[in-house]
Design a protein around this ligand. Structure first.
Ligand SMILES: [Zn+2]
Length: 227
């Protein structure tokens, strides 16, 4: 599993928040580390809105990044708004997508400036009737399917899993059967797709995607064409 949080010390986090997010502070309730306060969304110098948040530094998500909760009750607790439960846990991103886009672990400010800000900006958009999320993926398995379709060029989850099984290998031979099921060898079929993904994503990320695809699509598991 990738770990995308750099994991700063308390002092580093306090110092960084003071400069960039003065409305947030690091608290230590019951010896847990939680960033609390108002997350204010600015856009080109304008204040767009604020959300009461808790950033749980000791509760890592699938990518090792802190769990974020909206605790002020401003966001309706419904899956369409990417809020997961009655605790207001925010579904900030599609883990599969972020794992593909982020190469280096994020510092806490990069995390707040990036995924967290995008999430709340999207929420403000949703309140104004803009479809949410803006140009982003669907929730859960739907989003994973969209994202894999774009990455691998197939909208069949079984085929995507077959591609990821191949891509999770250290060594791939061009004479092996293509995972698309055409019956041709990789060399004469989807070699280009496989090469491109191998170049773009490290093995750990490819294996993470396989693990996640299997979890989301247990029916898509396949051993077909396995060399
Ligand atoms: Zn093929």
């Amino acid at each position: 599993m990738p770990n995308l949080w750099r994991g700063e010390t308390d002092d580093e986090i306090r110092a960084a928040l003071e400069v960039r997010y003065p409305s947030l502070r690091l608290a230590r309730p019951e010896n847990r580390r939680v960033i609390m306060g108002a997350f204010n969304v600015q856009h080109t110098g304008h204040f767009l809105g604020g959300f009461q948040v808790e950033v749980l530094l000791d509760v890592p998500d699938e990518l090792g990044l802190p769990t974020v909760r909206e605790v002020g009750g401003r966001i309706p607790r419904m899956p369409e708004r990417h809020i997961n439960d009655k605790f207001g846990t925010a579904c900030l991103y599609l883990p599969e997508d972020l794992a593909v886009r982020v190469r280096e672990p994020l510092g806490i400010i990069e995390f707040l400036d990036g995924p967290v800000r995008n999430f709340f900006l999207g929420q403000i958009g949703a309140e104004m009737g803009t479809p949410f999320p803006l140009g982003e993926w669907g929730h859960g398995a739907d989003g994973v399917k969209e994202m894999l379709t774009q990455l691998l060029g197939s909208d069949d989850v079984g085929t995507c899993v077959a591609f990821l099984e191949l891509l999770s290998r250290k060594v791939i031979k061009a004479h092996w059967p293509c995972p698309c099921g055409s019956g041709r060898s990789l060399r004469d079929c989807h070699d280009g797709v496989v090469r491109r993904v191998r170049q773009r994503l490290p093995l750990t990320t490819r294996r993470f995607l396989l693990e996640r695809a299997r979890k989301h699509f247990p029916e898509g598991q396949t051993t077909r064409n396995r060399p």
